[in-house]
Design a binder for this molecule. Structure first.
Ligand code: GLN
Length: 526
């Protein structure tokens, strides 16, 4: 079993997840089985309750854990399915230790950060032992953060306990460009590596995030001051697509250095297929304009997986996806909607912006614009059809209007008594059976699907037949009763789903629903 630790320095948001996953991808292309673990130093037990404005989208694992969006990067790069074992927070780790303490499992001992918290962290580093060849562990935050210390300490101990050739450390830093001096500066990198060495970790490789090329002399300087061989000082320049990063690292020999350091040899002839696929020449591609009508229009990270799913499908359909995020409260919403070849209404919570979403769905329905609705997006489709086609005045979801006389979206009876936030949610994988002959069935090309969920409310089965009469068909059911998918008759492409298909897309394997949307949008572009 081999382990690679990824730490980051200088500033946050450098892309540790993407860089780690890119290295993981290269190791896969050498024939190795790879998984990746996230360690988040914050105290929230999971990010489920965190505001997407602050933290970006909440990712959902197959077994229903609410997780950091980096897990999506792991899934897309490595083509894996993540579970609870891939996501850890300080809060979850402390909770585990405190629960044990309450049960008396420490036999009256004093429970401390070292060794009890660090032992729990170390235990989690080994979650994928025997399942894969290499685990990449991303330590969240920036070196020097107080809350990151137990994680760094656990890493130090772990590295000492393992054979040297079984574990390595990669440090991602930032090399800023100073406008006045017209120069890239390596000093922050030196400081950051010093900080790392102070807590006992000597990096084997330094990856430098930069806007401009790093010269050999700068690499020499970093190598000298940071005590890392020159060839292990690597440039990570901002590229046009994140999927170009593995190739850029490969060209700098990163995979060779990692394999050598871990005393591994390439298991197979290096497989270039994936790199070629994500590096298409797009010069002659048409552009399709997709509008995403949501609540968090200013923060693309809030719709990270949707964005990636659209781009992955575009790659496959050989078009460029120009994705624009518009607030459903935008005053010029309808004017803007007219410029799109496809419209997507994503998931969300709470009532803000609902009317705009409903207006966007009505627009897509009436003007026959290809449309995909996701989760709250599907619920808004049902409300739109209820109000505008069935003429159910003030039809609503009980999430917004508890007293509506047309509760077309509702909480199931058995859920109503549960009070805890999170406790009432349908989370993770659930099966649906698809109705033969439906658009869903055509797109998925199968009778049964499994998709990830994250919602409390459901389409009220009581109204299914009435909706059918006005053209809105249910085309997927969970256990034969709960509507999972609706689609509109006599429309080139209109489908909406209660689950989150955006967690299922991978480069080379686009998700059928996003693929359908992009192809329908492509068909409209001259
Ligand atoms: N707020 C809705 C519900 O809880 C939809 C959730 C979502 O879009 N993820 O059912």
């Amino acid at each position: 079993m081999k382990y690679i630790f990824m730490t980051g320095g200088v500033v946050s948001s450098l892309g540790k997840g993407i860089t780690g996953a890119s290295i993981g991808k290269l190791l896969q292309l050498h024939g190795y089985k790879v998984n990746m673990i996230k360690m988040d130093p914050y105290i929230n037990v999971d990010p489920g309750t965190m505001n997407p404005f602050q933290h970006g989208e909440v990712y959902v694992t197959a077994d229903g854990a609410e997780a950091d969006l980096d897990l999506g990067t792991y899934e897309r790069f490595l083509d894996i399915v993540t579970t609870r074992a891939n996501t850890n927070t300080a809060g979850h780790i402390y909770q585990t230790v405190i629960n044990k303490e309450r049960k008396g499992e420490y036999n009256g001992g004093t429970v401390q950060v070292i060794p009890h918290i660090t032992n729990e962290i170390k235990r989690r580093f080994t979650a994928f032992d025997k399942q894969v060849d290499i685990t990449i562990i991303e330590i969240g935050g920036t070196i020097g953060d107080i809350e990151g210390l137990p994680f760094i300490e656990a890493t130090r101990q772990f590295m000492l306990e393992q054979k040297k050739e079984d574990v390595m450390s990669i440090h991602l830093t930032f090399v800023p460009y100073i406008e006045g001096a017209k120069e890239l500066k390596t000093k922050p990198t030196q400081h950051s590596v010093n900080k790392l060495r102070e807590v006992g970790i000597v990096p084997d490789m330094i990856i430098c995030r930069t806007q401009y090329p790093i010269t050999d002399s700068m690499k020499g300087k970093i190598s000298l001051f940071c005590n890392v061989p020159e060839e292990a000082v690597v440039e990570a320049r901002t590229l046009k697509s994140i999927y170009h990063i593995p190739e850029s690292l490969h060209k700098q020999g990163v995979d060779e250095i990692v394999l050598k350091r871990l005393n591994l040899k390439s298991k197979i002839k290096f497989n270039h297929k994936w790199l070629k696929y994500v590096n298409q020449d797009t010069t002659n591609y048409k552009t399709v304009r997709i509008g995403v009508i949501g609540k968090y229009a200013d923060l693309k990270d809030a719709y990270k997986s949707i964005d990636e799913s659209l781009k992955i499908s575009a790659m496959d359909a050989k078009v460029i996806a120009d994705v624009e995020y518009i607030s459903s409260e935008d005053k010029n919403l309808i004017k803007k909607l007219k410029t799109f070849d496809g419209i997507l209404v994503p998931g969300g919570f709470g009532m803000r912006g609902i009317d705009g979403k409903i207006a966007a769905i009505k627009f897509a329905r009436e003007n026959k614009v290809p449309f995909l609705g996701i989760c709250l997006g599907m619920q808004c489709c049902v409300i739109e059809a209820a109000r505008n086609l069935l003429k159910f005045k003030n039809a609503n979801t009980t999430e917004i209007d508890k007293k509506t006389i047309y509760p077309v979206i509702e909480m199931l009876d058995e859920q109503k008594d549960v009070k805890y936030l999170g406790g009432t949610m349908r989370l993770g994988n659930y099966e649906s059976d698809l109705v033969k002959g439906s658009l869903a069935h055509k797109l998925y090309k199968t009778d049964k699907i499994v998709e990830r969920h994250r919602h409390r409310y459901e389409m009220n089965p009581k109204y299914i037949d009435m909706f059918k009469e006005v053209g809105l068909d249910v085309s997927g059911y969970h256990k034969g009763v709960l509507p999972e998918i609706v689609e509109m008759k006599d429309h080139p492409f209109y489908i909406a789903v209660q689950f989150h298909p955006e967690f299922g897309a991978r480069p080379t394997k686009p998700h059928p629903l996003f693929q359908g949307l992009i192809l329908a949008a492509k068909a409209r572009v001259k």
